[in-house]
Write a protein that binds this ligand. Structure first.
Ligand code: 5AD
Length: 463
């Protein structure tokens, strides 16, 4: 099928000034970053090249997020800014792809009539033909979900960076009552181990030394008789890959076998992003998370017993419908008890179509949610500060990303626990190298130190 698209589309993707240029802007999670790479791959095969800025492009796609209302508002704002490029270039095609496209479908055209294409997360193979049809009035809409689509066989065009994303699972079957993901990404499906290994080997051949396996509930991965622990073992056998990450696991899908595998496999980073969401059993049950606080604590205790230096981060929602002051306090208590290294914290945002939006009125005022969020952030900040400070004096291996934002005196990279480290670079340092950094100081979100050892990337294919 991709060969067919290639031949039929490459001619039409040639404009009068050569190949058409596409610019894709990504919003939201890592899976969207991976999907953007996938779309670039599909469009490359169809004869498109990448533009380095929206004003140089013939096609601008916003690859979107729908997780909270704010995300969608921000994207509408950005889409309206693109209008000015359309005044300059009336042939410019503007597309909205991904989760917001799936969520809002045709209504995007009512609010943003200048949008030419609306394509959901399972429509990317058809992107070239959708773009070809665009521009004659009504937007072209393709929001068909396909419970078998894993994009097997497509070569993603990799972005800059030192960590390669591999989507091993698409969709979600959990149906937490607050969450829009199952509605916009469809049912859970795993990519075949053969396809995952093909992508990991390709990344290794390109010079990547780290891969990050992605899925909405990544540890529920299954393909025929291969489960997530089996897949992790397979991935660690790929030559050239020194670090394996995965995100995001779901608490109840941690089996003893998986915990043992994580403990045994040195290449799997001792780093875990485990969404808690709430510290109240009533709220967890209303969210249909399928675990209690006690279950969550048991899982984190088991993981810490098996992997003592594991860094644990989390996601938390405050202001879920009906959340009382006591329930909010319970969340603060659990956050303190677990001691997360860092956390992503959100105010509840009602999402149309979810169970909560139908049955659980959004009772808390926005100022009240904000105030609760602030209390949580303040507490987490103090915990992070202590967690980061505890690394001072230690030596951490850092995968080098490049110069820091404030200039070349300090370079940056991530520790195994996914903490950002800034360090004085050794001579000849390059992105993709490993350096051992002695941590000298820390804030609540960054480690600072000095590189004492340097292992340049062996395979420099990507340099
Ligand atoms: N409101 C607020 N936060 C949400 N999340 C998911 N859905 C919502 C919502 N409706 C948060 C959860 C999830 C993270 C990716 O986003 O904490 O883990």
């Amino acid at each position: 099928m991709s060969a067919e698209l290639k031949t039929s589309d490459s001619s039409k993707s040639e404009g009068s000034d050569g190949p058409r240029k596409v610019y894709i802007e990504t919003f939201g999670c890592q899976m969207n970053i991976a999907d953007t790479e996938l779309m670039h791959g599909v469009l490359h095969d169809a004869g498109y090249t990448q533009a380095d800025h929206a004003d140089k492009a013939d096609v601008v796609l916003l690859n979107t997020c729908a997780i909270r209302e704010k995300a969608e508002e921000r994207i509408y704002g950005r889409a309206s800014q693109l209008l000015r490029y359309k005044y300059e270039n009336p042939n410019l095609v503007i597309g909205i792809t991904g989760c917001m496209a799936e969520h809002l479908k045709g209504s995007i055209g009512e609010r943003a009539p200048y949008v030419d294409v609306v394509a959901g997360p399972d429509a990317y193979r058809r992107l070239p033909s959708l773009l070809e049809q665009a521009g004659d009035g009504d937007p072209i809409i393709d929001v068909r979900l396909d419970k078998r689509e894993t994009y097997e066989g497509l070569p993603p065009s990799r972005r800059e960076g030192v960590s390669g994303w591999v989507t091993i699972q698409r969709g979600c079957d959990k149906f937490c009552t607050f969450c829009i993901v199952p509605f916009v990404r469809g049912r859970e499906r795993g990519a075949s181990p053969r396809e995952v290994l093909r992508q990991v080997r390709d990344l290794a051949a390109m010079g990547y030394r780290e891969v990050n396996l992605l899925g909405q509930t990544v540890n529920s991965y299954r393909y025929e008789d291969v489960d997530f622990a089996d897949l992790l073992r397979l991935v660690t056998t790929v030559e050239g890959i020194d670090r394996v990450r995965y995100t995001s696991p779901y608490p109840v899908d941690f089996t003893p076998k998986l915990i043992q595998t994580l403990a045994e496999q040195d290449k799997v980073c001792n780093s875990l992003h485990l969404p808690l969401q709430s510290g109240s059993n009533r709220v967890l049950s209303a969210m249909k998370r399928g675990y209690t606080v006690e279950d969550f604590l048991r899982i984190t205790d088991d993981l810490r017993a098996a992997i003592p230096d594991i860094a644990i981060s989390t996601d938390i929602i405050v202001g879920f419908p009906g959340e009382t002051e006591e329930e909010m306090q319970a969340t603060l208590d659990v956050v303190e008890r677990v001691g997360f290294d860092y956390a992503y914290m959100f105010a509840y945002s009602e999402r149309e179509g979810t169970f909560a939006s139908k049955r659980m009125p959004d009772t808390l005022s926005e100022p009240e949610k904000k105030a609760r969020l602030q209390r949580l952030i303040t507490l987490q900040k103090s915990i992070s500060k202590a967690k980061y400070a505890a690394h001072v004096g230690e030596t951490h291996t850092v995968l080098v990303e490049g110069p820091g934002r404030r200039g070349p005196e300090r370079w940056m990279g991530r520790t195994e626990g996914y903490k950002l480290a800034l360090f004085e670079p050794p001579d000849q340092v390059a992105p993709g190298d490993f350096v051992d950094v002695v941590i000298e100081t820390a804030t609540d979100h960054t480690l600072y130190g000095r590189a004492v050892a340097h292992r340049p990337r062996v395979n420099a294919a990507k340099a």
